[in-house]
Design a protein around this ligand. Structure first.
Ligand SMILES: NC(=O)C1=CN([C@@H]2O[C@H](COP(=O)(O)OP(=O)(O)OC[C@H]3O[C@@H](n4cnc5c(N)ncnc54)[C@H](OP(=O)(O)O)[C@@H]3O)[C@@H](O)[C@H]2O)C=CC1
Ligand SMILES: O=C([O-])CC(=O)C(=O)O
Length: 259
C-alpha cells in the first residue's frame, strides 16, 4: 500500500504562539518544515529556533511540499485560511474549533474537503471523552452540558469572586469567549447536538477545569478534566497542545484506538 504521508511527516504550522511552540519543541515522528503567523517577527523567531521555513504569505506557505497543515492560531485564522489549505490539497488539523460553530462556513468547508478527498481532524484538545460522545449521532441524548471553570488570569478577568460569566448555548459562549471555549463546539459537533454551557471564573483556581455531563440511551457520564494552564498562555490548557501532538504522532499508525 502506498503510504499516505511522507516519513517523517512534513507539517506546516499556522500560528507560532504557545501551542505551535510546544509542537515544535516536542516533534519526533513528524517534522515542522514550514511556519506561518500574522506577526513576521514571531515567525522569524520560531524559524530561528526550530528550523522551519518562515512565511508571512499564506500562498507561498501552501506551495511547500506539506503532508498536513496544523492550525493553532485563532478562529479568524480558520475562517480566513482553512479553505485555502484544502484547495491547496492539504489535510488540516484544526484547533480553533469555534470557527465551525458557523453553520454556513462549516458546511462549505466540509463540502470542499469532500470534493477534494481531504480530511479535517479535530483534536480532543483540552477535554477527554470526545470519542464516545459521538454516540449522540446514533442514539438518544437527553443532556449534553459543559461547565468550564477557569482562573481569572486564564479569562483575562478582574473578577475577585467566584462568578458565572455565561450560561447558554455553546455557539453563543464561543462567540463571547473565543480563546476559552472551543471545546464546547468540539463536543457539540461530536455529539450532533449543541451543548449547554456555563463558564465560571474562579479567582482562587489554579487549573482550567472542564466538567462534562452526558446522558442518553447509554446511561450517563460525568467527566472532570483539571488541566494545568499552558505556561505561555493560561487561556489554553497544556493538554490541548499534547492532544495535537499525540494526534500528529498517531496519524500514520495502522492501529486506530478510540471510537
Ligand atoms: N480545541 C481546543 O480544545 C482548544 C483550542 N485552543 C485554541 O487553539 C489556538 C492556539 O492556541 P495558543 O497557541 O494557546 O494561542 P496563542 O495566542 O499563544 O498563539 C496563536 C498564534 O497564532 C497567531 N495568529 C492568530 N490569528 C492569526 C491569523 N489569522 N493568521 C496567522 N496567525 C495568527 C497569533 O498571533 P496574535 O498574537 O497576533 O493573535 C499567535 O502568534 C487558539 O485559537 C485557542 O483558542 C486552545 C485550547 C484548547
Ligand atoms: O484550553 C482549554 O482549557 C480550553 C480552551 O481554551 C478552549 O476550548 O478554547
Amino acid at each position: 500500500m502506498t503510504p499516505i504521508y511522507s516519513s517523517p511527516m512534513k507539517v506546516g504550522v499556522i500560528g507560532c504562539g504557545n501551542v505551535g511552540s510546544i509542537l515544535a519543541e516536542r516533534q519526533k515522528s513528524f517534522k515542522i518544515v514550514a511556519a506561518y503567523d500574522s506577526i513576521p517577527e514571531r515567525v522569524a523567531a520560531f524559524s530561528d529556533k526550530y528550523g522551519a521555513k518562515p512565511f508571512s504569505d499564506i500562498d507561498a506557505f501552501l506551495q511547500e511540499p506539506l503532508d498536513i497543515v496544523v492550525e493553532v492560531a485563532s478562529i479568524n485564522a480558520v475562517k480566513d485560511l482553512a479553505e485555502k489549505v484544502l484547495l491547496a490539497g492539504r489535510d488540516l488539523i484544526l484547533l480553533s474549533v469555534g470557527a465551525l460553530a458557523d453553520d454556513a462556513f462549516r458546511k462549505e468547508l466540509l463540502t470542499t474537503a469532500k470534493q477534494l478527498h481531504r480530511r479535517i481532524h479535530i483534536p480532543s484538545g483540552a477535554i477527554m471523552g470526545l470519542d464516545n460522545v459521538r454516540v449522540g449521532k446514533i442514539s438518544r441524548v437527553d443532556k449534553l452540558f459543559l461547565k468550564t471553570t477557569k482562573p481569572s488570569r486564564s479569562l483575562n478577568s478582574n473578577e475577585s469572586v467566584f462568578k458565572c460569566l455565561f450560561a447558554g448555548k455553546a455557539r453563543d459562549c464561543v462567540a463571547l469567549y473565543p480563546k476559552n471555549t472551543n471545546v464546547a463546539i468540539s463536543l457539540s459537533l461530536a455529539c450532533g447536538r449543541e451543548a449547554d454551557v456555563e463558564l465560571w471564573v474562579d479567582p482562587k483556581a489554579e487549573q482550567n477545569m472542564h466538567e462534562i455531563f452526558f446522558e442518553g440511551e447509554f446511561g450517563d457520564a460525568y467527566i472532570r478534566i483539571r488541566n494545568l494552564p499552558a505556561p505561555e498562555n493560561p487561556a489554553t490548557s497544556y493538554l490541548a497542545a499534547l492532544s495535537v501532538l499525540s494526534l500528529l504522532e498517531s496519524l500514520d499508525s495502522p492501529l486506530v484506538i478510540g471510537a
